[in-house]
Write a protein that binds this ligand. Structure first.
Ligand SMILES: *Cc1c(COP(=O)(O)O)cnc(C)c1O
Length: 422
């Protein structure tokens, strides 16, 4: 286990064992935001906001206005030339805002567009190009499938070997010592998820960046399960490249565009493989050969998904208003409450997540051999957690749209179902 300090001290509100959901909801300073989300008035229990966030009510209006006034009114004029503030600039202007509000990243380092999978493909190639001559790519055995699959194909295409890092404790995750054990002067890059999608383990980012940099390797971080729910601090922790998802805690809607970050210190020699016209220095010149745009803009490949970016603007407005530290404080309270309620109502299940809230992201996984059946039965009752192989019930807690009462209702329904299964 790592001896390095846990990064980013977070104010942790006390959730005393046995606390009542009603009292916690009544004392919750963020409770009022819940009604801003579509469906929050109903009785459905939504414990999957970490997989697909609920829509904000204002997003429906923003989409309608966009169709009428922007798309319908400006038509082709809406694009503008680079730097004119039109749709063409949205990947970088929205990226800068995301960097400021959510990622702890200064301007000029983040772009929005494409899926997480495609962004990761571009960034892993970019990372390998930044470390020519190195022959190994480090990947975690328990990382999200797309991350492992993309790493496999990038390694194959570039003749690199994958080096797997396996966390010693499945309820926890990769530590800096684990990374130190598999990195060296052959390592081009280390790819890790900031928050593990199963266990919710928060990797010690600054410590791992230090370990990677000591041997000249780069750290590529996947922020899919952290962006919008806990402070990320990309600039302060020395992360080199990062990707993340737009439809989880950023509530951008199904298939919302993802984002990619590359630290400014790497921009001089930054190269990515999908050299489309929209990442060209002068796209509308339609010139003979590819010439990359300056800085992070060159990560843009083709025409940006402008319509799909609109709901992200609404969630960024809300996150900016509330502040990510307050979101994290409620997230810690929700996961602490979930573990307490599970301990009382579901003693047969084991905690598949870190018990220490400082090391735990925004969800809690409870394990039991029959969780697949439990989750299927819960969905029949309009209680929607996730099942994660092999035996996990994943309780996803989206701080601005989840109430403590919802957590208690969901876990007590799981306890009833499990009792019936016998
Ligand atoms: C959700 C998630 C993705 C999603 O990738 P898509 O390209 O949007 O399908 C990727 N990586 C991680 C770690 C995720 O949690």
């Amino acid at each position: 286990m790592s001896t390095r300090p846990v990064p980013s001290a977070v104010p942790v509100p006390a959730v005393v064992p046995g606390a009542s959901a009603a009292a916690l909801d009544a004392a919750d300073p963020l409770a009022g935001h819940r009604s801003a989300f579509v469906g929050s008035e109903g009785s459905l229990v939504y414990l999957d906001g970490n997989s697909l966030g609920r829509p904000l009510r204002v997003s429906a209006g923003r989409m309608a206005t966009f169709v009428q006034e922007e798309w319908g009114g400006r038509l082709i004029r809406g694009w503008g030339d680079l730097g004119e503030g039109g749709w063409t600039d949205l990947p970088t202007t929205l990226g800068d805002r995301l960097g400021r509000v959510v990622l702890g990243a200064g301007p000029g380092q983040t772009v929005v567009g494409d899926s997480t999978t495609v962004q990761l493909y571009k960034l892993l190639h970019a990372a390998c190009s930044l470390r020519p001559g190195r022959t190994e790519l480090v990947v975690a055995t328990d990382d999200f499938p797309t991350d492992r699959y993309v790493a496999e194909s990038v390694a194959r295409a570039r003749g690199l070997s994958l080096v797997w890092v396996e966390p010693s404790d499945p309820a926890a995750g990769v530590t800096d010592d684990d990374v130190a054990a598999v990195t060296g002067d052959r390592t081009a890059a280390v790819l890790l998820s900031h928050v593990a999608y199963r266990s919710a383990w928060v990797v010690p980012v600054a410590g791992i960046a230090e370990v990677a940099h000591e041997v000249g390797a780069l750290l590529v971080l996947d922020l899919s399960h952290s962006a919008g729910v806990l402070p990320v601090d990309l600039d302060a922790t020395g992360v080199d490249l990062a990707v993340g998802c737009g439809y989880k805690y950023l509530n951008g809607g199904p298939g919302a565009p993802a984002f990619a970050f590359v630290a400014a210190r790497h921009h001089d020699v930054l190269a990515q493989p999908v050299t489309g016209w929209m990442g060209h220095a002068d796209p509308f010149a339609m010139g003979p050969g590819y010439e990359p745009a300056p800085g992070v803009r060159r990560l843009v490949a083709g025409t940006p998904p402008v319509l799909a970016m609109q709901p992200l603007v609404d969630m960024l407005d809300l996150l900016e208003q509330v502040g990510i530290d307050a979101v994290r404080a409620k997230s810690v309270a929700l996961t602490s409450f979930a573990t307490d309620v599970a301990g009382r109502l579901l003693p047969q299940a084991r905690l598949g997540s870190p018990a220490d809230p400082a090391r735990r992201g925004g969800h809690v996984t409870l394990t039991h051999p029959r969780m697949r059946e439990v989750v299927a039965a819960l969905w029949q009752r309009d209680v929607l957690p996730d099942h994660r192989e092999p035996d996990g019930l994943r309780v996803g807690l989206s701080p601005l749209s989840t109430s403590f009462a919802e957590v208690e209702a969901g876990i007590s329904a799981a306890a009833e179902v499990l009792a019936h299964l016998g």
